[in-house]
Write a protein that binds this ligand. Structure first.
Ligand code: NAP
Length: 311
């Protein structure tokens, strides 16, 4: 039987509707959550991401501000920009779009973002909060992975989860969230031996590697839930055939655009898995939805009505 396809667009729309409701409630108390995005230089992919983030803020009734320093921006100038945003009360979330221009010390800039406005959840304070199960801001894509599982009624507690990839922005926080949700977690990486064999133990398999179709049928325990975080653009006809031969919709878009997106999971895995998140339309839409949710969370934690009542 073919796997259930986990519809990320539908889940993201649910989350955004909940966020819009929260924004309305805050509005009634005279508070409007605000997100500032710093987009340095001209990177076409980053420009698209930022445009989508700003659009989502506006759709949900939040304040959004887009700062666009030139390619030549220095670390000192970015630090000053971040400090100004840290000090502005109406800005709840600060997102520094990566990658920054090569002359900039990215780590220094990310570290300057106030942890309470760190809606990307990359600041060491928030990393520490996550690993010690304290309230804080959780990275958006990993939080999205958990929301897909939770809202698709896929149990996490007591199950074997395998995460392939150990980056600071995806693999490690996903593993920590699964652990916090009482899964038994194994993390694999480029030095892991017998990955397919380890992955076959997983009831929940998360792939965050950055290699097109890396996870094949031999990695999958029959009936497992497979969450594909990878986004890889393919342009090669032979590679396209390997993954999508006989798929008329993909064929049409590949012919039109000369490229298509594939995850880190070979789509043929759907024949063995119980549930699978597609690419595109799986984890991707959740990332923006969770950014919106994080901005409202940051707003409520710092200046929400409950917070004001306590102080
Ligand atoms: P990354 O920083 O490049 O990390 C990749 C991880 O995969 C590393 O831990 C690496 O191991 C591991 N890896 C690489 N080759 C491997 C192999 N042959 N076998 C086992 N493990 C291997 O990438 P990332 O930022 O985590 O992103 C991963 C993927 O997710 C990318 O396709 C990215 O585009 C996508 N992504 C999607 C979203 C979204 O919104 N959907 C958001 C972020 C990222 P080592 O640590 O040993 O090098």
């Amino acid at each position: 039987m073919a796997a259930t396809v986990l519809d990320g667009n539908k889940i993201a729309a649910q989350i955004k509707a909940e966020v819009a409701e929260e924004v309305q409630k805050l509005g009634a108390a005279g508070i409007r959550p605000g997100l500032a995005v710093i987009l340095a230089g001209h990177n076409p992919a980053s420009e698209i991401y930022v445009r989508n983030k700003v659009k989502s803020c506006e759709q949900l009734g939040m304040l959004s501000e887009n700062l666009t320093p030139p390619d030549s921006v220095t670390t000192a100038e970015l630090l000053q920009m971040v400090n100004e945003l840290n000090n502005r009360d109406e800005i709840d979330g600060i997102l520094v779009q990566l990658p920054l221009p090569p002359q900039v010390d990215s780590k220094k800039v990310l570290l300057a973002v106030s942890p309470e406005k760190d809606v990307d959840g990359f600041h060491p304070v928030n990393v520490g909060n996550l690993s010690t199960q304290r309230p804080g801001l959780v990275p958006c894509t990993p939080a999205g992975v958990i929301e897909i599982l939770r809202r698709s009624n896929i149990a996490i507690e007591g199950r074997n989860a395998v995460v392939i990839g150990r980056s600071d922005i995806v693999g490690k926080p996903v593993a920590m969230l699964l652990l916090n949700n009482n899964a038994t977690v194994t993390v694999c990486h480029s030095k892991t031996k017998n990955i397919a064999q380890i992955a076959r133990q997983a009831d929940i398999l998360v792939a965050a590697i950055g290699k097109a179709g890396f996870v094949t049928e031999e990695f999958i325990k029959p009936g497992a839930a497979v969450i594909d975080v990878g986004i890889n653009k393919i342009t090669d006809r032979a590679q396209f055939e390997k993954f999508f031969a006989g798929d008329p919709a993909r064929e049409k878009s590949f012919a039109e655009k000369g490229s298509t997106l594939v995850g880190d999971v070979d789509p043929h895995v759907a024949a063995v898995a119980g549930a699978i998140s597609p690419v595109p339309g799986g984890v991707g839409p959740l990332t923006i939805a969770m950014l919106m949710a994080n901005t409202v969370k940051a707003c409520k934690m710092r200046r929400g009505p409950e917070r004001q009542a306590r102080s």
